[in-house]
Design a protein around this ligand. Structure first.
Ligand code: F0G
Length: 459
């Protein structure tokens, strides 16, 4: 890879730059890493925002919301001025991703004592997770490059998303998932969307190692989040969020941390939006991990983000069961640039937060619920203040892991001390098995009403 090879100095075209040695490349290697120093690549736009002012961009993006053109109906490609362009005449592979709702969470806001709390629900994407926003971009690049096969190692959501976009784009997909550590819903999606699905007897980090070896020996395009085009698509959640808040940045954005690409993508978006005047200030981006998969938390606390401390990952929130996160350096930079914090939360805290989000009629998968659990801790530490506005990024749909939800409500998720936890128990809703008579159902109704009155009196 030679420096700025073939790229005019002031090109409007995006370039790939190594986050380690800053070498600029024009094509990706198969492993999506710098051939000089082996670090990750990022997309940069030397002329981002030139030739168009922020107000005009806002107007164009708003006008596209009334258009039926396929590029405009995608909540990702609607913001194409902030994305790498495909070759002229090439249509992207799109499933109308993005366009996700921003919900207010008034009950949770009151309970934890902050001004306003929102949930940006990325689980409302076509395959039920935030992965679709990045996949439309990266899968489109794979097809443009003429790849027949795309592949990923995954904790489930990436594989579901990749399989869908590959099939829409008439490509084949290879999925490597850790056996027994991926929810059935996600696995079933990969199968239904037509992926060659391999359950490997290892964990996610082991799947990644195998994938890296496989792609050296077969012409396969990697669609893991080390792919810099995925990150570009995932940026659009931040753009859409600011648009939904009438371009008033919130004080805090709280993101779950797994392989750490999503936090990196959102941070990149906010920094670019500030650069071109779409917002005058940055939210603090905080990253929350499960206690059992806390590589970034340890890295920040033990060496201020200098050197990754990998861990042996273990959590019921299987989507973020990752011990050796690939994008840790990008995430550290986002924390430093936005003044964000890291926090870790226990299994019981995750389960409770998930049930609380569910109780507001919204719901999410366990990995997403770390955001609310982490926010509670950030409020206690005084990092999020009572008058401030925070946004949780909910990354996956409630139905992504029904098994977890059922086990929680049946009291079968944990063994030991957690099952005795009073707070956890208060949110439980056990299904009743009753004889089929109106009297018995009416009795159940009366008992529930009494319970509701008692818990209202307690508050
Ligand atoms: N939330 C959900 C629901 C996820 O599926 C993931 C990652 C994350 C959060 C963490 O995002 O990795 O960008 O920090 N899932 C990947 C997968 C690893 O394979 O589906 P991240």
């Amino acid at each position: 890879m030679n420096k700025t090879a073939g790229v005019p100095a002031k090109s409007n075209a995006p370039q790939l730059r190594c986050i380690g040695c800053a070498t600029v490349a024009i094509t990706e290697n198969r492993d999506m890493r710098c051939s000089g120093c082996g670090d990750l690549l990022e997309v940069i736009y030397p002329a981002l925002g030139s030739g168009i002012d922020a107000e005009s961009l806002k107007t164009i993006w708003q006008q596209r919301r009334t258009s039926n053109h396929s590029l405009d109906t995608s909540g990702v490609w609607r913001f194409r001025e902030m994305l790498p362009a495909l070759t002229a005449g090439t249509a992207p592979i799109t499933l109308r991703e993005g366009n996700t709702p921003l919900y207010e969470l008034p009950l949770a806001a009151r309970k934890i004592g902050i001004g306003q709390l929102f949930a940006k629900h990325q689980g409302m994407n076509p395959t039920g997770s935030f992965k679709d926003t990045g996949m439309t971009v990266a899968a489109s690049f794979a097809r443009q490059h003429g790849y027949r096969w795309v592949a990923c190692a995954s904790t489930g959501n990436t594989s579901a998303s990749m399989a869908a976009y590959a099939s829409r784009g008439k490509m084949r997909s290879l999925v490597l998932v850790p056996e027994g550590q991926v929810s059935w819903s996600k696995l079933s999606q990969a199968l239904d969307y037509g992926a060659l699905t391999c359950q490997l007897r290892t964990d996610f980090d082991g799947c990644t190692r195998v994938l890296n070896a496989v792609i050296q020996r077969a012409p396969i395009y990697v669609l893991n989040s080390v792919n810099p085009h995925r990150v570009e698509g995932q940026k659009t959640a931040a753009i859409e969020l600011l648009e939904q808040l009438d371009w008033e940045a919130p004080d805090h954005v709280i993101v779950p941390g797994g392989n750490l690409a999503n936090s990196s993508a959102l941070g990149k978006a906010f920094l670019e939006m500030k650069d071109i005047g779409l917002t005058s200030r940055l939210p603090r981006i905080s990253i929350i991990q499960a206690e059992g998969a806390n590589a970034l938390v340890r890295t920040m606390r033990e060496n201020s983000g200098q050197q990754l401390i990998p861990v042996e990952a273990q959590t019921h929130a299987t989507a973020i069961r990752i011990g050796n996160p690939a994008s840790w350096k990008k995430a550290v930079r986002v924390l430093q640039a936005t003044g964000g914090s890291v926090e870790q939360v226990s299994e019981a805290e995750i389960a409770l937060a998930k049930a609380e989000i569910g109780a507001e009629g919204i719901g999410c998968e366990p990995a997403s619920a770390v955001t609310l659990a982490g926010l509670k801790k950030l409020v206690k530490r005084g990092i999020v203040k009572s008058q401030e506005r925070a946004v949780l990024i909910l990354t996956g749909h409630l139905l992504k892991d029904s098994d977890y939800t059922l086990k929680y409500h049946l009291g079968e998720l944990f063994s030991g001390a957690d099952t005795q936890d009073e707070g956890l128990d208060a949110q439980r809703r056990r299904p009743l098995v009753l004889d089929a008579t109106p009297d018995i159902v009416l009795n159940a109704l009366e008992a529930a009403e009494k319970m509701d009155i008692r818990s209202e009196e307690k508050q």
